[in-house]
Design a protein around this ligand. Sequence first.
Ligand SMILES: *Cc1c(COP(=O)(O)O)cnc(C)c1O
Length: 487
Amino acid sequence: MSEATIYELSSPKRTGFQFKDADVPPTKIPENLLRKELPFPEVSEVDVIRHFTRLSQLNYAIDIGFYPLGSCTMKYNPRINEEIARLVGFAMTHPLQPIETVQGNLAIMVQLQEWLKEISGFAGITLQPAAGAHGEFVGGLIMRAYHQSRHDTKRTKILVPDSAHGTNPATSSMSGFEVVNLPSDERGNVDLDKLKEICDDSVAGLMLTNPNTLGLFEEHLLEVISIVHEHGGLVYGDGANLNALLGIVKPGDLGFDIMHFNLHKTFSTPHGGGGPGSGPVGVAAPLVDFLPAPVIGIVEEGDEELPPLYGFITPPHSIGRIKAFYGHFGVMVRAITYIAMHGCDGLRKIAEHAVLNANYLKHLIEDAYTVPYDRRCMHEFVAEGFWDDVPDIHALDIAKRLMDYGVHPPTNYFPLIVKEALMIEPTETESKQSIEHFADALNTIAQEAHNNAELLHSAPHNTPIGRLDEVKAAKELVLCCWIRPED
Ligand SMILES: *Cc1c(COP(=O)(O)O)cnc(C)c1O
């Protein structure tokens, strides 16, 4: 009974709502807009509450426990962000309202732009992109527009390291470039010799993640950037995850020309499950004129009596609009709340604790798991999820078994350059105890792999649903219960 769908709970004439008698005459709806039958389930209020509460408990979430999904930065989302985002003046405004009536909201967006500039060292910001990948795409379009404005049309390639997030080659290609794979060296850095060899005047730019997806700070960063600049290319920074850098170093100062931020990673707004994100893009001074339109700014200076008037500005060589309206405002409110709550010193502490937590966790599991490219990590690290002496155990088995210990598995099989990768990012919001609990679980699983491999192969055992056939799940998607399989 408890596993029933809401349709199976349906019982004729049972209802969960009460309408007052209408105090206006009923409207006649045209026949052709009406369906004969609407197969809504007939359920009571308590049926609905129990059903959805039960479903909500089938999901794992950061509010339930440790969620060390590398690269994704599943940090705790402070509740104050939600309270502020729900204020009527933020939540109930409409993007088509006259600008005189939304001055406060525009002021907030300008403030966020200013703070992101301060954090990153960039000269201009667009808040429009809806996610990290969208920001990368915008960055690619800005690179194109910049080179075209200089009549430098031979630049057709973007270099992307082999450790890159999958969105990097995808968005480079979508913005019209040929993607050239740049190998890493044995310390997990960009291979400098290879970079020197392939960098020429056909290169529009390099897309670089620093720290990279191995959680390692690029040891020759300044040299990498200057090689690309010497050849006339631009350097795009994938700043989805700024957790290791906040308050410590500004990517703009390091020489990056363009970079996106993921407000839904670094700045704690909820993500996962395909909800709205926000991927603002920052650019260095020579690229400010190419930003998407509109940029939010002051359109009329204030004086002693009147505050400034905020409005929309179209940069002279703008690549155009890339998002309906102005981006995901609710996400921006959460991010600016988060920044305000931490202040400058607090932001720096985030980075310090994120790096400390990752290194502590790495240390706790290093005897049981191989960590290739073993040097001080930043906010995350990548371990190998296999052992030569138990060849039939894979990273996937370890990930599934972790669920039995009540934690979410780390990212696995990415980055591609580590065999059977387990990519682990504890984040700064976890306590010493939760990190140790996770390390204990991983270390116990390493023993189980050697003593009782079947336990791993058949895991998870304690979750509402056991091991899924992932290929079937991907190929035969059933995402809604509106059409049940037997219908
Ligand atoms: C998450 C992530 C992205 C993509 O961000 P989305 O908001 O999911 O589009 C890109 N690069 C890195 C390194 C990431 O971690």
